[in-house]
Design a protein around this ligand. Structure first.
Ligand SMILES: [Zn+2]
Length: 155
């Protein structure tokens, strides 16, 4: 199942609690950056986050956005996703999922497929891996949108 909007954005109060839960002080810039991230769902880069927040928060610099995102990744509040160009993009959805990179629109969308997960896990179990523990299994699909006006779906 393809999902662009995983859940409703949480309130600033809930973001504060979440930051505290992950051991981060709920500073103004962290609240603003997390809020921007949870509202995009398209795995933005630091520059894109900066663009999203800049007009309402001109005092937050691009360096602050980078540092804030790094502190989120370090605290495991969000994850870093590498795009095709090797640029860091950020994902606030920390649940197990796969990604589809749309090379003609430069977007990364989430792909949830528990069946694929089960098949891959069973396949790797049969492979008898030695000296290796798999922490995460993620499929990265590179694709091209055929008709940008139509919705993308996988049945
Ligand atoms: Zn994702």
């Amino acid at each position: 199942m393809i999902q662009n909007s995983i859940s409703q954005p949480i309130s600033l109060e809930e973001i504060k609690n979440k930051l505290t839960e992950y051991g981060l002080k709920a500073t103004h810039q962290r609240l603003v950056v997390y809020d921007a991230l949870q509202k995009t769902h398209l795995h933005p880069s630091a520059e894109e986050v900066y663009t999203l927040i800049h007009s309402d928060n001109p005092s937050i610099s691009i360096a602050t956005v980078y540092n804030t995102l790094d502190s989120f990744v370090e605290a495991k509040l969000i994850t870093r996703v590498l795009s095709e160009e090797g640029k860091s993009r950020y994902d606030f959805n920390t649940h197990q999922h796969h990604h589809i990179y749309l090379c003609n629109t430069d977007e990364i969308i989430d792909y949830h497929d528990p069946e694929l997960q089960k098949i891959l896990t069973a396949y790797l179990k049969k492979k008898k891996l030695t000296n290796l523990t798999i922490h995460e299994l993620q499929v990265h699909i590179k694709a091209e949108v055929i008709n940008p006006k139509q919705k993308i779906s996988i049945q």
